[in-house]
Design a protein. Structure first.
Length: 385
């Protein structure tokens, strides 16, 4: 099946191998989420999760996934030790099934622990291979690449290359509700992982006394109400002829129908920075959860919630991000005082500080390795009274 403008190829459920790349530590969350969405043959590996599905699943995961960073189609894999082997492996793949005569198909990727270590050379070789393949299939000598984006990606690890086509465009952490970036924001996808790891429920009260621009609070509210995070943004594959527009419309309707009221859920945030609170209020409104999320200016030392139970989730500033090491340690000490060991309360704090438990004042009940950007962190959880 050759890709032509306006084509709507019928790709049945389970006909494609799809990949979600991710940072280490979140594979299990993504795998469980994909199964809940109806994906088939879900398999978690270090740094990625593979599954099977058709075009409906491409749309569904892009629209509904909370933890996934992007959705890619795996076109093929091969062992390569030379540029010639890379060229031949790439040229053998049916790129014409996905790339039309006028489509743009830039190439990017990475190579780790492999004989082919020059990413720039790998990009050039892969681009040349795709062009040569398409020249033969379309009987053309030149491609103007003015059409829809078909981002080609490659991943070479231990001399094994994966050839991928990105369907998402902008990363899925970009939900569309953040009006502007501030210093050291937590990604929306990681904030959602923190909520899931803290076992946040629709009847819980969520607190973040270091809320910044409110991302954790917003993701908690969206999760409590089962509101799909990608409802109000677009995706690269929406311009592809292989996926009929009706598929995207049907999946958005499905996602809206699955949203639920959560009348008992409340979220409260505070931050000593008035500019952060002003931006948080705007962001919360844009996300459509202002009726259940409230933020106020306040210092961590004054944190004194009045509810009988609560779930506290924090991404505090630390030495590698915003504060020097001494300030960061002092902040953790304050947390230990205002987060008392108490029945009905859960505390989750993500930090790279190896001495966190010492500075906090007690050992965590559970620890989970995660990454905040490229910073290796631990999520320390306290839930035992």
């Amino acid at each position: 099946m050759r890709c032509e403008e306006g084509d709507a190829a019928r790709l049945d459920a389970g006909s494609l191998t799809l990949v979600v790349p991710c940072l280490l530590g979140v594979e299990s969350f993504i795998a469980e989420e994909l199964r809940d969405l109806g994906a088939q043959e879900v398999r978690a590996e270090n740094g990625r999760v593979l599954f099977r599905g058709g075009v409906e699943m491409i749309a569904r995961v892009n629209i509904c996934a909370r933890f996934c960073e992007r959705v890619q189609i795996l076109l093929g894999e091969a062992e390569v030790h030379s540029f010639e082997e890379l060229f031949q492996a790439a040229k053998a793949l049916p790129w014409e099934d996905w790339i039309g005569k006028s489509d743009a198909f830039p190439v990017k990727g990475y190579s780790l622990k492999s004989d082919l270590f020059s990413v720039r050379d790998c990009q050039a070789i892969l681009k040349k291979a795709v062009v040569e393949r398409l020249k033969t299939k379309y009987a053309l000598e030149w491609f103007d690449e003015t059409g829809a984006l078909r981002q080609i990606q490659f991943a070479i690890l231990n001399n094994r290359v994966s050839f991928l086509l990105d369907t998402s465009g902008a990363g899925l952490h970009k939900r569309g509700y953040r009006p502007e970036a501030r210093e050291a924001p937590i990604k929306e996808t990681l904030a959602a992982v923190l909520c899931a790891a803290s076992r946040l429920r629709p009847y819980h009260t969520l607190y973040d006394p270091l809320c910044g621009t409110g991302t954790i609070l917003i993701e908690g509210a969206l999760m409590a109400r089962n509101i799909a995070p990608g409802l109000h943004r677009s995706f690269a594959a929406e311009r592809w002829g292989q996926i009929p527009r009706t598929v995207w419309a049907d999946e958005r309707t499905r996602a809206r129908d699955l949203a639920r009221p959560a009348p008992d859920f409340r979220a409260f945030g505070s931050d000593k920075d008035p500019a952060a609170i002003a931006l948080a209020s705007e962001t919360i409104a844009r996300a459509g959860v202002a009726d259940c999320v409230r933020v106020t200016q306040g210092d961590l030392a004054d944190f004194a919630p009045t509810t009988e139970r609560g779930t506290v989730i924090c991404n505090p500033p630390y030495g590698e991000r915003l504060l020097d090491a001494e300030q960061a340690r002092a902040l953790v000490g304050i947390m230990g005082k205002v987060f008392p060991q108490k029945r009905g309360w859960i505390y989750s704090v993500i930090t790279p500080d190896a001495d966190f438990e010492t500075n906090f004042g007690r050992k965590a009940d559970k620890r989970r390795k995660l990454y905040n950007g490229m910073i290796a962190c631990t999520l320390y959880s306290y839930f035992k009274a």
